[in-house]
Write a protein of this length. Structure first.
Length: 245
């Protein structure tokens, strides 16, 4: 399983859903809001704000399995919420780590195939994560994701281009507009125009492609399978992605 993280101080507490409407999720203090919805093209997207500041513009979600993009041509269904609050020993600057988040699961139905899968979101006081949970058995091929992060205008990023590992010679700092088609290895640090800092990263990888980001214009950082050397196609006997399996 894999989680995509955006470090923006988000907590999930409320979800409202109706035909053609967004699932609106807001933090306990009401300052941070996430919206998950289906746009006019039928694409599953989400956005994040903090107070009057935009953290992410509407950003696509989705995963392609056996040549079917399960984030396109969809509708939202029921939601289920829960809370995680646990502590465990840790090494480093802290002796104890805290895992405290609100969890929201959103049913997503793909119109063409009729298949229903789950978008699971987790929000902490200092971060927001999500994963795709695809039910089923048998061999299936995961060929790509539509997962992307659309940053506000004039955002700057720190990144490195060694997508083979996490040991870069140096990080570069550029505006998103200057990045062009360079491969960006995670984690990627972001400074928004209003001075807010964020980070995009992944975790809980098992038998799945590492994510590389590429700029696709209009402030969009798209997740691609670029570091596998053989096209990034992954065959799984059961698929529970978080972004991926």
């Amino acid at each position: 399983m894999k989680f995509r993280y955006v470090f923006v101080i988000v907590s999930l507490i409320l979800a409202l859903i109706g035909d053609g409407h967004a699932v609106e999720i807001q933090s306990p203090n009401g300052q941070v809001r996430a919206n998950v919805l289906v746009d006019d093209s039928g694409r599953l997207v989400y956005s994040l704000t903090r107070g009057d500041s935009t953290i992410l513009q509407p950003s696509p979600m989705g995963i392609t399995i056996d040549n079917v993009d399960l984030g396109q041509g969809v509708e939202l269904g029921e939601t289920q919420s829960s809370t995680i609050n646990e502590k465990y020993p840790w090494r480093g600057l802290k002796s104890e780590a805290v895992d405290h988040c609100n969890v929201m699961q959103i049913a997503v139905k793909h119109g063409e195939t009729g298949k229903t899968w789950t978008l699971e979101t987790r929000a902490y006081d200092d971060g927001f994560a999500y994963r795709y949970i695809i039910p089923g058995t048998g061999e299936r091929t995961v060929s790509s994701e539509a997962t992307a992060w659309v940053l506000p205008d004039n955002s700057e990023v720190w990144y490195q281009t060694n997508i083979g590992n996490y040991e870069p010679p140096a990080h570069q700092k550029k505006t998103v507009a200057e990045v062009n088609e360079e491969a960006m290895a995670l984690p990627v640090a972001v400074e928004l125009a209003d001075g807010t800092y964020a980070a995009i990263t992944e975790g809980y990888l098992l038998g799945y492609s590492g994510m590389t980001l590429r700029c696709r214009g209009d402030q969009r950082l798209l997740g691609v399978f670029a570091d596998d050397g053989w096209g990034g196609r992954w065959t799984a006997r059961s698929v529970r992605p978080g972004g991926s399996p």
